[in-house]
Design a protein. Sequence first.
Length: 381
Amino acid sequence: MKAIINAKIYTVTKGVIEKGAVLYDGGTILEVGSDIGIPASAEKIDASGLLLTPGLIDVHTHMFLMHGHETMPGHQDYNEGIDASTPQIRALDALNPFDAALEPVRAAGFTTCYTGPGSANVIGGRGCSFKLRGRTADEMFIEGSEQMKMALGENPKRFYGLNGKSPVTRMGSAAIAREYFNKAIEYADKKDAGKEPAYDAKLEALVPVVRGQMKVRIHSHQADDIATALRLAKEYRLPFAIEHCTEGWKIADVLAEAGAWCVVGPLLVPPVKKELWGARLETAGILDAAGAHVCLTADGGWDTQFLPSYAGFAIRRGLSWDSALRALTINPATVMGLEKRVGSLEPGKDADFALWNGDPFCNYSECVMTVIDGETLSDRR
């Protein structure tokens, strides 16, 4: 049994405790408060002058699949560029725990992340959530956390259209999505009726999607692509999140009305393609003020370690400090379906913590200790 004592605790969901303690045993939080009973036998970690937050979460990475930014043939593992629809592939099968991203990202206060296929395919396959500890993918993987990747806009057009394949246009991308969703519904209906159809790996993977049991993560930068994503989600009753949401500021009220979860980032993206010309550091703040649910992402691998500092840019451009903290804790946990386990400091949740020597969103600050499932895995105190 251990206790972190004398810390300024940001619980996220239960307010701020100026001088508090967290008692945990194994991988579970037992108590959080300013006056809790700490057994004499508990190991005490004095956090005087330090800030304690839940372990941070990056909800959209290609960590352990991207291998830095290597995109040479044979070296990347995040775009299965054989077909515009590959729902049957799983990020779990390429997750490499010995990737160079692990240690710096964990040392930066991150304890849980999501990784998945890239955006070359209209339907790209299943990503998954994982803890930043373990030596095999199966140790890191969080059971039941897989979600389906989709992509609209320029990437599928460039990847396939330039090679004379569909989609060539945005119309083609939406048509491919509808084609596979309709086929999956027909396939699922036959299974439900006891008329077992001939096995189809793609349609089998889409059954939980069209039955509303698996969230769809839809890559959409331009406002028109975001609107198409909302249209598809409404047509097929899909639980969804909008990934990147670069021009979401143009239709913030529409996203709020739809109750959309918006995964905003990367925040410092250059205008390397037209659909990124509308990128603004104000986007997260505008969406949050409108009432949409905001998460922040670095959208990469090892660069997740810099995401807290990137959040500082969003704060400087209108996102409140509290909303920034939620955007890296409880909001991504909710998108990933893990809000009952991670994302806030509450009894019964996983003992995942980040301890800071200053404001987590200031580039002068440093995460001095990272705890995952009760085990201290990074300690710079």
